[in-house]
Design a protein around this ligand. Structure first.
Ligand code: GDG
Length: 469
């Protein structure tokens, strides 16, 4: 590996926070959008840090480089490793298992071997570039072995780990053939963060039952005398900058264009998701179709816009869910539409941030219906854009965001009748009721933004080391 500078602050995540802009020979990069990047970018700059991650495509040179003042250390993955570690173990085993087995997880020993190998590579890189007593913050389900591997190499560094997706209950986690290794990997951290208190409790319980380590609430006591904390840190978004964007004349104008193209007087239902089987996209479209069939709403009154951004397109279950959703869209539009009036506008595409903000502004009813979701930032982004305190949010109680956005129309996405009722109630709600709900939800997101999330986690991590001596 090329020589790297020693950093006091290191972020380790599967992907780097930049995307390569394809084009000519010279590599061009731009910072990628997303809550995690927005949250960690200022922290990285402030602490003179480095971000370690896979660049998403093969590079000629894997030396540390800089984009827009951010120090980045790319990690190389071979084609076989992308298949086994990323598409296999991460996205065909851990992702479905941790999301309540909405899809069936596959267990393959060679995927596990690649997972161990790649985790070791990330841990080696972190060990190499962390300064003495550095803070290393490891992210998400792809890298759960890194904390213990890093601790073995560098006992001086302070290690934080944050899981962005749900941590499953004991009965599901137990299915994993490598369950103890994963728990031991995570126990290498000084602080393990989860989205919801339930995830932290599941972890502490598993550690007690499977490895025999005692805990008192969030505190876990290991045999060698070391202690760590496992608790919830609900992630958020950059409220101020998104609201600022939503208030720009360009976004306002674009949102008016969207409304007039769809038919000004129609109620706009909106869904925005990565195309993923955990998000309950088909269920919400089906509920909408049934409302039209039963003449509870008419084509002239309402339209559904569904943005499904392409995701993990080489993984079989993602190929299947795309076909399934597209069949439903075709069927509903074919059966219920007429020339110039389609019930569903389905967009399988990614859009710039400005367009997303315009969509959030244009919508009347935002529909977020995952079967399981660590947090769901889309729900928080929608309320952030609604500075006039109008619009309704229909939100699955299985999204982490439901803990905080209590004034949403909360639904169980498995219950299609309940979903229909809530979507209709949201559409017909009294604007004063909607304003009251929206004000409360906006206050919640404003007061618990991404800065407070990062600051709280890092302050607690600093405190951990002091508690452990
Ligand atoms: C994981 C956890 C947790 C989507 N399409 C476009 C676009 N997006 C943006 C959204 C939002 C983000 O992507 C998606 O975040 P979510 O939180 O909704 O869902 P996951 O991708 O599954 O995220 C989740 C999150 O990590 C953070 O911890 O909340 O539970 O599963 O920001 O707006 N952005 C743009 N164009 C698109 O087409 N620009």
């Amino acid at each position: 590996m090329a020589e790297t500078s020693k950093c006091p602050f290191v972020v380790v995540a599967n992907r780097l926070p930049v995307d390569r802009v394809s084009g000519d020979d010279s590599a061009q990069w731009r910072t990628s959008p997303g809550g995690l990047v927005t949250a960690l970018e200022p922290v990285l700059r402030q602490h003179n840090g480095v971000w370690i991650g896979w660049p998403g495509s093969a590079l000629d040179d894997y030396a540390q480089f800089e984009v827009d003042g951010l120090n980045l250390l790319p990690i190389e993955l071979t084609g076989d490793e992308i298949e086994a570690y990323y598409e296999g173990m991460s996205n065909s085993t851990l992702w479905p298992l941790y999301h309540d087995v909405v899809a069936k997880p596959a267990f393959h020993r060679e995927w596990w071997e690649a997972y161990v190998q790649v985790n070791q590579r990330f841990a080696d890189a972190a060990a190499q570039c962390a300064a003495r007593d550095a803070v290393v913050w490891v992210h998400d389900y792809q890298l759960q072995l890194v904390p213990a591997m890093l601790r073995a190499l560098r006992p001086d560094v302070r290690i934080g780990f944050f899981l962005h997706i749900p941590f499953p209950p004991t009965e599901l986690f137990k299915q994993l053939p490598w369950r103890n290794q994963i728990l031991e990997g995570l126990l290498g951290a000084d602080l393990v963060g989860f989205q919801r208190p339930g995830g932290a409790a599941n972890f502490a319980r598993l550690v007690r039952l499977r490895l025999g380590h005692k805990n008192h609430r969030e505190r876990i006591y290991l045999d060698d005398g070391r202690q760590l904390t496992a608790q919830a840190y609900p992630i958020s978004i950059d409220f101020t900058s998104l609201e600022k964007l939503a208030r720009t004349p360009q976004v306002q104008q674009r949102s008016e264009e969207i409304r007039s193209e769809l038919g000004d007087s129609r109620t706009i239902f909106l869904g925005v998701d990565r195309l993923d089987y955990t998000k309950g996209i088909r269920q919400r479209l089906r509920a909408f179709g049934e409302l039209i069939v039963d003449e509870l709403i008419s084509l002239d009154d309402a339209v559904f816009v569904q943005v499904a951004s392409p995701s993990r397109e080489r993984v079989q279950q993602y190929i299947e869910v795309r076909h399934d959703i597209e069949r439903w869209v075709g069927r509903i539009n074919g059966d219920l539409g007429r020339i110039g009036r389609q019930p569903i506008h389905y967009l399988h595409s990614s859009y710039p941030r400005e367009e997303m903000a315009a969509l959030f502004r244009a919508a009347d009813v935002m529909v977020v219906t995952p079967f399981a979701d660590g947090m769901n930032l889309v729900a928080k982004e929608f309320v952030t854009c609604r500075y006039e305190n109008n619009g309704a949010l229909v939100l699955s109680e299985f999204a982490g965001a439901a803990d905080e956005l209590r004034q949403a129309f909360l639904v169980n996405p498995h219950d299609i009748n309940g979903l229909r009722d809530s979507m209709l109630a949201a559409m017909l709600a009294d604007p004063r009721d909607l304003a009251r709900r929206m004000r409360a939800m906006r206050r919640q997101v404003r007061e618990n933004d991404i800065d407070s999330w990062a600051t709280k986690f890092l302050t607690d991590l600093a405190g951990e080391r002091m508690r452990s001596g």
